[in-house]
Write a protein that binds this ligand. Structure first.
Ligand code: PLP
Length: 407
C-alpha cells in the first residue's frame, strides 16, 4: 500500500531472533509440526512421541484433583511464597528422607522440573562454561544450556551395556570449565535404570572435579524391578540437585509442578543456593493452588502406582518383543519410565525415516538424532504409553514400512 501523505515511508525489516537460539532444539515438539500437517490431510496419527500419560489411559488421582480444587476454593489464588507453600516443602523434605537423602540444604517448588533445570543451571553456569549432559539425552538440558550461552559437552551412554553411562568417556570430557554433570535416572530416552556401582563410580569422579550433580529423578517411582537408587543417597557428601515432580508418577503434567532437593555439604553449597533463591524470588512463585497436591501425592495412598506399573511393564515388554523380532531393529529392554530407544540399522538418516513413516503410515516417533547418538548409529524413541492394541497397530505399521523401504 502506498504511504498516505504525511506518514513517513518506513521499510519493514525482519526481526531476527537472538543468535544463541541457533542451538536451541526440541525435536520432540518439532516433529509434532509435521504431524499437524498429516492430521490436516485427514489422517489419524498413532502418537508414540510424547511423554504425557494423560493423553492415554492414565488418570490423575482424584484425591490430587480434589486437593487443588479445594485450594482454589480456600482462596489460595494469589502468589505463593517464592520457595513454595510450607506444607508442600515439608512433604518434599519427608520424601527426601524416604529416598535416603540426608544432608538436605534446601527444598523448593518450581513450575515443573523444566523450570527447576533452568533456574539451577542459570545460577551455576557462566557463559562459556559447560555442564556434562548425556548423549542421548532429554533435550531440555541442551536448550537451557544454549540459552545461557554455555558450551555443549556430552558424555556417552553405552548401548552395549543397556545404556549405562560411560564413566571413562565422562573423564575424557571434563574440562576446566565443567561445572556440573547431569544424570537422568530412570532415563529418558532409553528407559535405563542405573546400578549402585555405576552411581558410585560417577560420585568418585565428581568429587575429584568438584562438580555439582543434577540428578533428574522425575521417573523414580516408575521402575519395573527393584527399587530406584537416588544419587544423593548413594553419595551424601556430593553437592546434588535432585529433581522430582507431579508430571509423571502422579499423572499431572499440565499442572506444571516440580521440586528440587538440594543436598550435600552446607558450607560448600551456600553461595550457590543463595543464587538459586535469588532467582526464585525474581520469578515470584510457582503455580499456587497446584502445590497443594504435593502433600497428598507424596504422603497419601500410592494406590494408583501398581496399576500404572503393570500397564507400563506390559507395554514395555511388547515394545522390546517387537523391536527384537523385527529385521533392522534391536532394543535394550527399558527398566523404568516409559521410553525405549531402538537401534535402526539403515544407511539413510533416522530423521528421514521418522518423517517418511509419519507421512506414509501415520505413526509418530521421534528420531534418535533429536536426542544425540554415537556417530554412525541411528535410533528412534518410542513412548510406550498408548494401550496395547494401539501399540500393536503402530508396530505392525513400522515393520511394514521397514519392509517396503529398507529391504
Ligand atoms: N526431565 C525429564 C527426564 C523428562 O523426561 C521430562 C519430561 O518429559 C522433564 C524433566 C520435564 O518435567 P516437567 O513436566 O516437570 O517439566
Amino acid at each position: 500500500m502506498a504511504p498516505t501523505s504525511g506518514s513517513p515511508a518506513t521499510q519493514i525489516r525482519e526481526i531476527l531472533a537472538a543468535a544463541r537460539l541457533e542451538h536451541v532444539r526440541y525435536a520432540i515438539r518439532d516433529i509434532a509440526v509435521l504431524a499437524e500437517e498429516v492430521v490436516r490431510q485427514g489422517h489419524e496419527i498413532l502418537p508414540l512421541n510424547i511423554g504425557d500419560p494423560c493423553q492415554f489411559d492414565f488418570e490423575t488421582p482424584p484425591a490430587l484433583i480434589e486437593a487443588v480444587a479445594r485450594a482454589m476454593r480456600d482462596g489460595h489464588n494469589g502468589y505463593a511464597p517464592s520457595l513454595g507453600v510450607p506444607e508442600a516443602l515439608e512433604a518434599i523434605r519427608g520424601e527426601a528422607h524416604r529416598k535416603g537423602i540426608r544432608d538436605v540444604q534446601s527444598v523448593f517448588v518450581t513450575q515443573g522440573v523444566s523450570e527447576a533445570v533452568e533456574l539451577s543451571m542459570a545460577a551455576l553456569v557462566n557463559p562459556g562454561e559447560n555442564a556434562l549432559t548425556p548423549s542421548p539425552e532429554y533435550p531440555l538440558y541442551w536448550a537451557v544450556l544454549a540459552k545461557l550461552g554455555a558450551e555443549l559437552n556430552t558424555y556417552s551412554l553405552d548401548e552395549s551395556l543397556g545404556w549405562e553411562p560411560d564413566v571413562d568417556d565422562m573423564v575424557r570430557r571434563i574440562t576446566p570449565g565443567t561445572r556440573a554433570l547431569v544424570v537422568i535416572n530412570p532415563n529418558n530416552p532409553t528407559g535405563a535404570v542405573y546400578s549402585r556401582r555405576k552411581l558410585e563410580a560417577i560420585a568418585e569422579l565428581v568429587r575429584e572435579h568438584n562438580l555439582v550433580v543434577f540428578a533428574d529423578e522425575i521417573y523414580d517411582k516408575l521402575t519395573f524391578e527393584g527399587e530406584h537408587l537416588s544419587f544423593a543417597a548413594v553419595a551424601p557428601d556430593v553437592p546434588v540437585i535432585t529433581f522430582g515432580g507431579l508430571s509423571k508418577a502422579y499423572l499431572a503434567p499440565g499442572w506444571r509442578v516440580g521440586w528440587v532437593i538440594a543436598s550435600g555439604d552446607g558450607a560448600a553449597l551456600k553461595p550457590y543456593l543463595e543464587g538459586i533463591h535469588k532467582l526464585l524470588r525474581a520469578r515470584l512463585s510457582a503455580n499456587h493452588p497446584e502445590q497443594y497436591a504435593i502433600r497428598p501425592a507424596l504422603e497419601g495412598p500410592q494406590d494408583h502406582l501398581p496399576g500404572v506399573l503393570r500397564k507400563l511393564k506390559a507395554r514395555g515388554d511388547l515394545t522390546v518383543e517387537f523391536a527384537n523380532s523385527t529385521p533392522r531393529l534391536g532394543c535394550a529392554p527399558p527398566r523404568g519410565a516409559f521410553y525405549a530407544f531402538p537401534r535402526l540399522e539403515i544407511s539413510s538418516g533416522d530423521e528421514e525415516f521418522v518423517q517418511g513413516l509419519l507421512r506414509e503410515k501415520h505413526v509418530l516417533l521421534v528420531h534418535g538424532s533429536g536426542f544425540g547418538q554415537a556417530p554412525g548409529t541411528r535410533h528412534f524413541r518410542i513412548v510406550f504409553l498408548p494401550d496395547e492394541p494401539t501399540l500393536r497397530r503402530a508396530y505392525q505399521a513400522i515393520a511394514e514400512y521397514l519392509k517396503e523401504h529398507y529391504t
